[in-house]
Design a protein around this ligand. Sequence first.
Ligand SMILES: NC(=O)c1ccc[n+]([C@@H]2O[C@H](COP(=O)([O-])OP(=O)(O)OC[C@H]3O[C@@H](n4cnc5c(N)ncnc54)[C@H](OP(=O)(O)O)[C@@H]3O)[C@@H](O)[C@H]2O)c1
Length: 319
Amino acid sequence: MKAIVQHRYGSTETLALKEIDWPVPGPGQVLVRVRAAGIGPDVTHLMTGKPYLVRLMGFGLRRPKVAVRGRDVAGVVEAVGPGVSRLAPGEEVFGTCEGSLAEYAVADEGVLTRKPANLSFDQAAAVPISGGTALQGLHGVHKGQRVLVIGAGGGVGTFAVQIAASRGAHVTGVCGPAKLDMVRDLGAERVIDYTTEDITAAGHHDLVLDAAGCRTLRHLRRALRPKGTLVIVGGENGGNWLGGVDRTLRAALWSPFVGHQLRGLISKERAEDFDVLRELIEDGAVTPVLDRTFPLERAAEAIDHVHGGHTTGKVVVSV
Ligand SMILES: NC(=O)c1ccc[n+]([C@@H]2O[C@H](COP(=O)([O-])OP(=O)(O)OC[C@H]3O[C@@H](n4cnc5c(N)ncnc54)[C@H](OP(=O)(O)O)[C@@H]3O)[C@@H](O)[C@H]2O)c1
């Protein structure tokens, strides 16, 4: 099969389109005929091995443990390994796997589920990591609350705005000038152009979800109501070693001593969340926003495009 393969950490120059053997599903695993792969900052982290923390998290100290890049996937079940009961060959699925930038990929049954009937494979591949992260970051948000989404026009942010609005929250979205109308259309009642206004311009919020990562905890807390919650999703401007996780650690240390709850999010990939997202999507409450779609042979361009940090929604590679 064709796959985007990498044997050492580095830039997109270390990627090559190669013919390799099909992966074989083990117990509890599913072989997926990949139709589309979603690209987010996670692909760059696993490609560069930076922040170095990712290497310590089990992805390979000196070189990537898995040679094929890509995690978000949408496709068709080709075969199932021993013990798989929830999915069967021929079913259209979406979720996460090891190596979605390939014609076939293997995934654990617990991170795949039925694809939303009203989405194309390209749209479905945009959902799992970003949608799951937004869902977990907004845990507990309910009708009438005020929610501020920073990075509202990006992969996580476009889902967060829609999910919070679908729960009846009053959403403020922070983004650059080119995305203001789009973020409003997604359900934000108020938008803040971060090039001309501060994040505090819309007053205080019950929950601030930060997917931009470039503001201090002190600054972010100024946009919170007393007893409000700050959820730190991430950002690409941390150092080479911790990549901003130090901010998350500081939040955890500080949280017990301030009136606000400061939560660092490390999202989990799980089929239960993808099921919740499918329901929201099939109900019409959430629609993935696609920036651009690239063919497999141009996957490197797709990754570089995302690395620029200003995509609108998600970038997808069609396989
Ligand atoms: N904690 C977790 O488990 C988890 C899960 C997924 C992702 N992440 C991390 O979360 C971050 C966001 O992910 P993503 O997929 O949403 O990335 P993304 O698609 O690149 O979106 C980031 C957004 O930030 C916006 N932005 C840039 N500078 C900004 C500023 N000064 N103020 C406000 N917004 C600004 C950009 O929009 P403009 O073009 O409008 O500037 C862009 O849309 C990444 O660092 C990613 O690694 C963490």
